[in-house]
Design a protein around this ligand. Sequence first.
Ligand code: XMP
Length: 331
Amino acid sequence: TWTMDNIIDDKVAQIREQVGDRKVILALSGGVDSSVVAALVHRAIGDQLTCVFVNHGMLRKGEPEMVEEVFRKQFNVPLVHVHAEERYAKLLAGVTEPEKKRRLIGTEFWKVFFDEAQKIGDVEMLAQGTIYPDIIESGARKTGGKASTIKSHHNLIPFPDGVHFDLIEPLDHFFKDEVRELGVSLGLPAKMVYRQPFPGPGLAIRIIGDVTPEKLEILKNADAIVREELDAYNERLFEETGDRNSEHSCWQYFAVLPDIKSVGVMGDERTYQRPVIVRAVESSDAMTADWAKLPYEVIGKISSRIVDEVAGVNRVVYDVTPKPPATIEWE
Ligand code: XMP
């Protein structure tokens, strides 16, 4: 029978043949596709692969630690963790326009990445977690299709002048659910394999207006609470229904930080602090989505935890808009 193990053996043989004795580099983000491709290519060619994890400081709470834990400790993959947090903080200071944030973050990402490739030396190949739907989407992009013209996604690699790598894209015939299965078979943790979509520009596009260290800190802490409570909610639904995709399970959920303050009261004191927006949607493919009809007590608990536990926040609001007309993200 054609099992996952057969598929992995097959891919491993193909990758070995394609790579030979060359060195391969891969941009590891901690997302599903790059993680699975890292595990797969490492299985095939071991230490000929180096993973470069560019930490731009706008990942969710706990994510850099998870990448370290899984790839360095569990898989023992040669991993370069680039601390680019300060570089990005400077780059983004004062920038408020969403598409400009995206552009700056994307361009800087490849600069940092190719600098690292240079340092490793003699690298001839670049492995990428391109999956089948990415190819269809970029086709739509080329023909002016609507799929990716609404927001720019930065999957196309801007090689610097005079630089070239041969690409290997071992997942380019797989759909997302197959990539996840592959990940499980390769021994990646469920938390990583079933991770919800997370934009490449990270929390920068969930902070409306300019990105500052203070806002980042608030958003990371509030977002961790939203995820913790809704992970638990999804888990309860699963226990009740036996269905991972039951009608009311949330598909994507996170916190957003708007660029305003509002008046509140604490004890006898008037406060003037930030609100946090909770966004939780039901969807199957992100093309359309509806706001999740969460039980009031779940929303209430998220709200009281955020105002109790996150300094600088005095109000929590819930986004009740479907896509369209809104998008899932706020920028
Ligand atoms: P929207 O906000 O357009 O998002 O409804 C649809 C899905 O795409 C994700 N998203 C992104 N993913 N880079 C990405 O890799 C991006 O710039 C980006 N913007 C949005 C979003 O989280 C949602 O799942």
